[in-house]
Every structure is written in C-alpha cells, then in structure tokens.
Design a protein around this ligand. Structure first.
Ligand SMILES: [Zn+2]
Length: 317
C-alpha cells in the first residue's frame, strides 16, 4: 500500500507517493496559486496528486490515504486549518474540501510536526522512541514525537520551542515577547549577528564572500570561519552559544533519545553541532547519565514535509 503526502507552502506545493517504509516513489512540485481561494488550492492539489499517481503507473485505489502539512495551526480531528498566514486561511475546512476532490480520507498536520514525524519514522531518528526536532530557518520550528505519536498539546499548538525566552528583555520577537530563542538562533538571527560583526570589521573576509550586507546568507560566517577569519569565528562562537542555550533547556525538559536539527544551516553538519555538543556536555542536567540525547542533523531535507504528512495514518495520531 502507498500513501500520498502533500507539503502545502506559500510558494510551492510539493506532493509525493510514499511507501510504508517512508521512501518517496515519485514526487512533483507546482507553484502555489497567488491570491487563490481554498477551493482553488484544493483543486490544484487534487490535480497534482492524480498526475503523480498516473506518473507512477498506479491507480487511485493503490493510495490508502492522503496527508497534508501546512505552515500554520490545524485541528486534525475537524480537518480544519485554523490559521495559516502565508495562504490567508482562517478556520478553513480544508481537509473536507480536499476529500471531496480526491475521494480519499485527508489528514492535516502542521509542517514542523510533519518534519519531526518524518525524521522519527524514516530519517535521522529511525528506530528511536523519542525525538525532538528543531528547524532553523526564518524562525525556529519545532516538533515532538514520543512513542509513535506527535505530541501537539491540548490545542495542537505545542512544540513552539522557538519561543522559549533565553534572554529576558532581549531582542524583539514576532510573537510579541522579547528574548526568544528564535530571535537569537534562527537563520535570520545568524544573518543579523553576521551583519553586525561585519560592520565592526571592515577587513573581514565576510565582506568579500557576501559582497554587501544585503547579500549576507546563513552560510557567510561559516565559510569565512573555515578560512580562519577571526570575526567570522566570533560570530559562529556567539551563534552556537545561543543555539546551545536553547537546546540545553529543551534537552533538560524532554531528554529525548534524538534531538534533530533541520533547516538550511544543518548542512554545516559537525561544524554546527560540535560546539553545541561541547556546551551540552557541560550543562545538560543529565550529563552524568549513561544514556544521553543524540544530537544529529536531519536527513530528509525538503522531502520531510511530504514524507511526514504521508506517514500520518501509520502513526497513532
Ligand atoms: Zn517569540
């Protein structure tokens, strides 16, 4: 039996057929229609799904269910997207709209939770009992999977670990608080730290790598640090200290078997993880315990949304 996973984003809609082992059989992507009604988006998704099913040489009966992940809050039992700013959805019965188009049961899930489930079931956490995932991007997304279930709280809004405060009265955060983990350890925050350091150091290699302040990327400081640029090394050291501060608190709460880091920055691999691990080894409350949390990078990249959404029916959610 196969499953269909759909990653509904503000820019692109990606969908794929996934095996029960979490392997993508065939996937495809289309642009998300701009200023479109939920009905129109459901139609575009249904057409994409049928096209992929045909492309894989399968028929609709071979697909047991469809999962859709969205960058917003959902009520899975009711099939409702509560809020999705990127798509302009508010209390949209999107699950039902899509079920009517597809003739299949449709399950909805938040995109960060889908990514966590994918890494748990078929990625960096395969075989583990508990996994916490952090996605370092524009903000920090989070997902918690324990004993084959996504933990999403009383209102399906749990896992927003980007909004624990690591610096009281610190940088403003989009959520309305100050000093959130996300305001210091997201890719956006790394770019801010990089730009600030460049302004203080006009001779830094970061200038020649980025070209200008506007072109600074998440990788600028990492690349310059690899060339022994002192200012860049300071940026990395500061950034990884912020990252470790939040991660240590999260490990202290959950002591998960696996803590998985996703998002573009996870491509830095051990350069990113080693300094965090060093701090964790010093500060984790359970540092003397025989069993420790494994800190790893995500394996599934951009496919995590499709795979996690597809695998929802296989997990007790
Ligand atoms: Zn916040």
């Amino acid at each position: 039996m196969y499953y269909m996973g759909v990653d509904l984003g503000g820019t692109n809609i990606a969908a794929g057929i996934v095996s029960d082992r979490g392997e993508i059989v065939l996937k495809s992507t289309v642009k998300t229609p701009e200023v479109a009604s939920p009905e129109k988006i459901a139609l575009v998704i249904a057409e994409l799904c049928f096209e992929i099913i045909r492309g894989a040489g399968l028929c609709a009966e071979d697909i047991s269910a469809v999962g859709v992940c969205v960058p917003g809050s959902v009520l899975p039992e009711e099939g409702i997207v509560e809020v999705c700013v990127n798509l302009g959805f508010r209390n949209v019965p999107f699950g039902h709209l899509l079920e009517a188009r597809l003739g299949k049961a449709v399950k909805l899930v938040n995109d960060a939770n889908a990514a966590a489930l994918a890494e748990y079931a078929a990625g960096a956490g395969r075989g583990c009992q508990s996994l916490v995932m952090l996605t370092l991007g524009t903000g920090i997304g989070g997902g918690i999977v324990i004993n084959n279930r996504i933990y999403s709280g009383v209102n399906h809004a749990a896992g927003e670990m980007g909004h624990i405060v690591i610096h009281q009265g610190g940088e403003e955060c989009k959520c309305g608080r100050r000093g959130c983990f996300e305001a210091y350890a997201s890719a956006t925050a790394l770019k801010r730290l990089t730009r600030d350091k460049m302004k203080e150091n006009p001779d830094s290699v970061m200038w020649s790598l980025a070209g200008s302040l506007d072109s600074v990327g998440g990788g600028t400081a990492f690349e310059a640090a690899a060339r022994n640029d002192k200012a860049a090394m300071q940026v990395i050291s500061q950034y990884t200290a912020y990252l470790a501060s939040g991660i240590t608190s999260i490990v202290n709460i959950f002591q998960p078997e696996v803590l998985c880091i996703g998002g573009g920055l996870s491509g830095e691999g051990e350069t990113l993880l080693s300094p965090v691990r060093e701090i964790l080894d010093r500060e984790d409350f359970a540092r003397n315990s025989k069993k420790r949390t494994r800190l790893v990078t995500a394996m599934l990249g951009n496919d995590a949304g499709i795979i996690g959404a597809a695998m929802l029916p296989l997990y007790d959610i």
